[in-house]
Design a protein around this ligand. Sequence first.
Ligand SMILES: [Zn+2]
Length: 359
Amino acid sequence: MDGITTFELLDNNIKQAIKQTGGKPTVLEALWDGDTEGWYLLLNLYMDKGQYLRLGTVDPRLFSHEKTYPLEATLANKWGWKAVEKYGLTFYFPSDKEPDDDCPSWKDRHLGIQCADCGKLIIPKKSAHLPQDVCYNCHLTREVNEKIRTSAPVDGVYMYLWKGEVYESIGYATYFKSFNISEFVNEKVQRRMMDDVICMVTLDQQDIIELKEQLQQTIDIKLAAYKIPELDSRREKFATFKTVEYNGHQHKFLIEYNSDRSGIIDYIDSLRTAEKALLEGFVYRIFFKRKFTYREETILRFVKYVSKGAADISAINQRYVGTLSAEEVMDTLRHLEQLNCLSIYMQEARVTPLGNNIV
Ligand SMILES: [Zn+2]
């Protein structure tokens, strides 16, 4: 089906529908559909004599500089109301804020119920695991709020190159074992760990020299054994190739489902990081967050990302109204202050460098 990039194109399609059916448009319908490639917003038209026509999908390509999400919804809203003005039709867009394929079509809308939280019209999912009275999006929001209320624990590991004031992020993972260098340095790291909520382990230049050697050995062994595998037609569909330089030679790797399953490219990336550290005088700093609560995590994120590093305590209260009491917010802020993640002065909470490094 054709992508619709402008209101003019949509309008042309409506005019054509009028010509084709000899009728009058009564309802313009915008419905989400999704597959493995992502979400699509379909535009359909109902005519006064009962005909139903597919007009196309909203194609936001020309507007990709705009930042509102999802762009398709913003465009459909704009175009839909223009169509209302021009044709006096009804614009039916049941999920105009986020993708959702549980909404009924215009003709099935009598089968829908209103989401108890956001009011959106939905057809309840036939699943015993999902609540029947809210849409999927609100279900997820409820789950998050429940984690905030009950203070569920959250783990995380943040790895940086560090020199003086400079932190360069290497990566984040829930568990240390997800970093491919963990197989070489895990014992060392475990020995240096303290039993703190937030604990920092450093790998100094000597550690990095050893790490670099181990990475090189591993890459050499894996490269010697690597052959691009034969592919059947299904795997071929998800395959591309990537060429990477190592030791002055170009090596070609198979990438399937966005991943090089041999892992060699990732080892080469880790080697580059180690080489950069040695060349430019960085060390590794690894932050472990344990027994941290989801409540602390979300409030720290709110101050760091939403409030750009500093937030009025009243704004934090406002954000969690209905989920946390002002007292619970204050207790959490005090605890984050004790952990040296936030500083509190007057009525303002500010993220510290440590807080900055762990969310
Ligand atoms: Zn909802």
